[in-house]
Design a protein around this ligand. Structure first.
Ligand SMILES: Nc1ncnc2c1ncn2[C@@H]1O[C@H](COP(=O)(O)OP(=O)(O)OP(=O)(O)O)[C@@H](O)[C@H]1O
Ligand SMILES: [Mg+2]
Length: 504
């Protein structure tokens, strides 16, 4: 059946309320209640038996895959509740099941909901460039994160820099004493000799730093006026210059979903090194990060906080995969056959990721926000472009020896950790959401999509990890809710087992 859909209506406050509640329940079911065997489905409803209450939500269509589709009304012991009561019930269950309290949790959910609300209210017309429009279209965002839009601070502080509000602003420029400027690679597409671009939000956060003030008063750093105009991409801290010739990945000392977004010293150093290693393997299908620049003041917080990574441009007709899965963004092409779309999509996205892992020991992080997709004139996916070297790791092997010892440790993953990351990002975070987005239009197609992917994997050269998938071993699911609840760093996130939709 061809995909058809009317032009999407704008995202509303009711969507934001529902998405907040659904994301919490999605996570709870995936990470806690499902594994405990306390979830059942019947006649269009899902029932979650908590220790002290029973929650139910509507299941508007049958689901065959890791991404649930929950909608309101949400009921607690038969009575309708709002998103905040859902959050309270989830928090109470987590406190009980983990034995640890978390007094910050509800505040983070409220912060995320407040951000969605501000975005729904302030949203401007989408930019003309498909790439930038897709980068700025993630209003509801991650469906399996307890606070998908959380960012520290009041909306008035971040709205001027928010991609979802259509922000566009001028970067700042600092003229830096040549003895203090450091970096690697050709930085000229972003700033001329002796100049360091700064993100205006980060500048506001850092400018009171005493070491920085001293450097300014001594003339080691000078305000060199406004720099190029830029627009924030979906990660908030990475921007695209207005001419779309280059991305700049800045540090932002702000918690955005999981982490304070700082370019660590070893990430600055490993970006060009990984670019040299991976470009020969992926060519234009990797957005290289061949250069970085920062300033060596007597404060590591400033070295990292002012560090900027230069990332190669992407084709302006590419779109972020996450935009294809965002319900009302309208990027998933209409009038294409879901199975044909999926067949082309999985070939374009999964094959390079698996080839890099199996043949070269390279662990990409192909989650929905790190992959761009190109479509051909008939609306079918023709190519995938991968980005974000911060999340890219290597298995022990000869490639690692090419890296400086100082950065080697942060880039090395063992096989188990590497496979968990690849399999989670590719199958659970990414392909499952694309499958579900296709099934939202044609609810009967989902089993066929997973059968088709199983066929693709069974044609690849044998590998124990593939054999595991084909024999129905569970998929690894990153435990975003438990990670937040236990306040663990993102790099220490646990994985839970997720039923494998490709099981024979
Ligand atoms: N399905 C998804 N998986 C992961 N992140 C998502 C997803 N959907 C939206 N996001 C958002 O995208 C951002 C991903 O951040 P990530 O850590 O990959 O980027 P970054 O390293 O800060 O920047 P860049 O991607 O530009 O290198 C987060 O803000 C996250 O909430
Ligand atoms: Mg990213």
């Amino acid at each position: 059946m061809p995909l058809t859909a009317a032009a999407p209506a704008p995202t509303t406050q009711a969507d934001a309320d529902e998405a907040t509640a659904a994301a919490l329940l999605n996570c709870l079911i995936r990470e806690v209640s499902g594994p405990l065997g306390r979830v059942s489905r019947d006649a269009g409803r899902i029932v979650v038996r908590l220790a002290r209450a029973t929650l139910t939500a509507r299941l508007p269509r049958p689901v065959h895959g890791p991404s649930l589709r929950l909608s309101g009304p949400f009921l607690r012991d038969g009575e309708e509740i709002g998103w905040y009561e859902v959050a309270e019930a989830v928090a109470a269950e987590l406190a009980l099941r983990t034995g640890t309290p978390n007094p910050e949790f509800l505040g983070q959910v409220v912060n995320s909901h407040e951000a969605m609300t501000a975005i729904v209210r302030e949203r401007a017309a989408a930019p003309a460039s498909p790439l930038l429009a897709s980068e700025q279209s993630l209003i509801l965002g991650h469906r399996y994160h307890p606070s998908p839009k959380s960012r520290q601070g009041l909306p008035s502080t971040w709205l001027p820099y928010a991609p979802e509000a259509g922000a566009r602003f001028r970067l700042g420029l600092l003229a830096v004493d040549p003895a203090l400027l450091c970096g690697e690679g050709d930085f000229s597409p972003l700033a001329g000799d002796g100049l360091l671009p700064v993100h205006p939000w980060q500048w506001r956060l850092l400018r009171g730093n005493p070491v920085l003030r001293k450097a300014i008063s001594s003339g080691a750093l000078l305000d060199a006026g406004p720099g190029p105009e830029a627009a924030p991409t979906s990660s908030v801290r990475t921007v695209l210059t207005a001419d779309e010739r280059v991305f700049a990945k800045f540090s932002l000392d702000v918690r955005i979903t999981n982490c304070v977004r700082k370019n660590a010293w070893y990430e600055l150093a490993s970006a060009p090194a990984l670019t040299r290693l991976l470009k020969p393997l992926l060519g234009a299908d990797l957005l290289g990060e061949p250069a970085y620049r920062t300033v060596a003041l007597a404060d590591r917080g400033l070295y990292e906080g002012l560090g900027v990574i230069l990332r190669e441009a992407a084709p302006s007709e590419s779109v972020v995969a996450a935009a294809l899965a965002e319900p009302r963004a309208g990027f998933l092409p209409e009038d294409v056959d879901p199975l044909k779309y999926w067949t082309a999509y999985t070939r374009a996205v999964a094959l390079p990721v698996l080839r890099l892992f199996f043949d070269h020991g390279v662990v990409l992080e192909p989650h929905l926000q790190n992959v761009l997709v190109l479509h051909d004139s008939s609306g079918l996916p023709s190519r995938a472009v991968f980005r974000d070297l911060e999340g890219t790791k290597l298995l022990p092997g000869p490639a690692l020896d090419a890296l400086e010892p100082a950065v080697r440790q942060s880039v090395t993953y063992d096989e188990e950790r590497g496979w968990n990351r690849v399999a989670y990002c590719l199958f659970v975070n990414h392909l499952a959401e694309i499958a579900a987005a296709l099934a939202d239009r044609d609810p009967s197609c989902e089993p066929d999509l997973w059968r088709d992917l199983r066929g693709l994997l069974s044609e690849l050269p044998r590998h124990p990890r593939l054999d595991g998938l084909l024999s129905g071993r569970p998929l690894p699911g990153k435990a975003n809710l438990l990670t937040r609840w236990t306040r663990s760093p993102d790099r220490a996130a646990r994985y839970v087992e997720i039923p494998n939709p490709m099981a024979g």
